[in-house]
Design a protein. Structure first.
Length: 177
């Protein structure tokens, strides 16, 4: 049996901060192209709307699932060329850190780790569906996190409880238990 304080041990020491990626995976993917094949005859460049959200679920005391949810819709004229809804997720083990640091990891580091996988899956599915790939630009999860912190501070002044039973902190990160 290994001693957690020995070098090379797989178990973190009780007081040593610990962060580990347990798994990254594609949780859900939906692709629709309701106006095919006619849409392929259009010569205009589609207008593309993209929305990305970050959700967090506590799976165990120190185990968290972070899910990036992307919705992308492309329109040519008034017709929908395609609609993608995708969820890329990761399971992370975070121990021996203050609550504020854990929330920063969940809101910034974890989504930053997951996003390249989501971006690659989106480009791949579009290519396989006959469209040119859309290469999503990098997202500044630090800035989004800071926005959520500011919004959470404002909303916590207005109402004190979360209707979904989620643990809500001053950072705006919702950790569903």
């Amino acid at each position: 049996m290994s001693n957690p304080s020995e070098p090379g041990s797989s178990e973190p020491e009780q007081s040593t901060p610990f962060f580990n990626i347990q798994r990254l995976y594609l949780k859900d993917l939906s692709f629709e192209q309701p106006n095919s094949p006619e849409i392929f005859l259009e010569s205009e460049t589609p207008l593309i709307d993209v929305e990305v959200n970050v959700d967090c679920d506590r799976l165990a005391q120190n185990i968290f699932e972070i899910v990036l949810t992307l919705t992308m819709m492309a329109r040519i004229k008034e017709k929908v060329a395609f609609l993608i809804e995708a969820k890329q997720a990761g399971i992370f083990d975070i121990r021996n850190m203050p609550k504020e640091r854990v929330e920063q990891l969940l809101g910034i580091a974890c989504p930053t780790i997951i996003f390249p996988y989501l971006r690659a899956n989106i480009a791949d599915i579009l290519t396989r569906a006959g469209f040119p790939p859309v290469h999503l630009t990098e997202i500044n999860f630090q800035a989004l996190y800071e926005q959520r912190v500011a919004q959470a501070a404002q909303s916590s002044q207005r109402d004190g409880a979360d209707a979904n039973g989620a643990e809500k902190s001053d950072t705006g990160i919702r950790i569903r238990t």
